[in-house]
Design a protein around this ligand. Structure first.
Ligand SMILES: [Zn+2]
Length: 323
């Protein structure tokens, strides 16, 4: 299910059901916006043999849902496993000329294309220059500027943008396994980025636990805090989500300390550790520190310098007495 993005869903509908399909599309936008889910929805519609596609009931749709469609190939450039190698792209190129097994089209989804090195990108370019009639390529990337201009110019570019807060809340409720109230609160903090909202609700997906970080902060373990932040330094999006997760814990601590009850983070332990370490005034100061840090991160601040600043600013009031 796709949440929000109605103009993109309309474009896909016109392409598939209005016979306007072309050979290559590029879905671009920041991490967490659902580019892969949208590309998968598109692929399902292209391969569907039903009336209004994707119908969800034909044999093609069933195979698609079981991750067993013979005419769909997915290559991904995610950090854990970069499949976008020149060898794999050449294999695709060799496979591309083979006719589809089931229907009239075959689809390649190639995600995170910004992770492709030049030789693989050049091999992909050759495929884009002379695609067989039955082939549709669906590429995703964080930013068009990170791809070869010659690749971009051969694709229909489709920007994926943050969704409305109400759509985001619905998505977080459906995908995050939380009630409507928690989903609505998380939606307020993630700027319409559903992936970021899910990470806020499920901090176990982050490389560093925000709760552990709060515990270290309560004990003023600056080296541990710096080491934790350095684990995030290679992934700006994860760093951003981590800052938001910290913010929600400080916010909870401030709310609890003022007699409120509604927790955003759902982490009572972290909030309790912060309450024990800081006065209300200090908690509000730390919230400002975290807001400031998020803005600096968005403005491409040097992450090592930023991490040092965050650590010293958060621990800075260590000597002040807690009242
Ligand atoms: Zn179908």
């Amino acid at each position: 299910m796709i949440f929000g993005n109605s103009s993109v869903i309309d474009l896909i509908d016109r392409a598939v059901n209005g016979n306007k399909l072309t050979h290559a599309y590029l879905f671009y936008g920041e991490k967490g916006l659902g580019k892969k889910a949208i590309a998968a929805h598109f692929a399902k519609a292209i391969l569907c043999g039903g009336e209004h596609r994707p119908c969800g009931v034909c044999s093609s749709c069933k195979k698609f849902e079981a991750n067993a469609h013979p005419d769909l190939t997915i290559l991904s450039g995610t950090a854990e496993k970069n499949e976008l190698t020149i060898a794999n792209i050449r294999k695709l190129k060799a496979d591309a000329v083979v006719f589809p097994n089931d229907g009239v089209k075959k689809v390649y989804i190639i995600s995170d294309c910004q992770k492709m090195q030049a030789p693989a990108a050049n091999a992909l370019l050759k495929l884009l220059e002379e695609p067989p009639e039955h082939l549709v390529l669906l590429l995703t990337a964080d930013d068009r500027a990170n791809l070869l201009p010659t690749i971009v110019s051969r694709c229909i570019p489709v920007g994926i943008f943050p969704v409305e807060e109400a759509d985001c809340a619905k998505a977080l409720e459906a995908l995050g396994g939380v009630d409507a109230e928690h989903a609505a609160l998380a939606a307020k903090s993630c700027g319409g980025n559903i992936g970021r909202g899910l990470a806020l609700l499920q901090p176990e997906n982050l490389p560093v636990s925000p709760d552990d970080f709060c515990m270290m902060l309560a004990k003023r373990q600056e080296y541990g805090m710096l080491a934790a932040l350095s684990k995030l330094s290679g992934d700006k999006q994860a760093y951003r989500t981590f800052l938001e997760a910290l913010y929600s814990r400080f916010r909870d601590a401030a709310v609890l300390k003022s007699g409120g009850k509604r927790l955003l983070s759902g982490s009572k332990e972290a909030a309790a550790a912060l309450i024990g370490s800081f006065t209300t005034k200090q908690l509000l100061e730390k919230l400002r520190v975290l807001s400031h840090a998020a803005k600096d991160l968005d403005a491409n601040a040097n992450i090592a310098v930023l991490s040092a600043w965050i650590t010293s600013s958060l621990t800075g009031a260590a000597e002040e007495q807690v009242i």
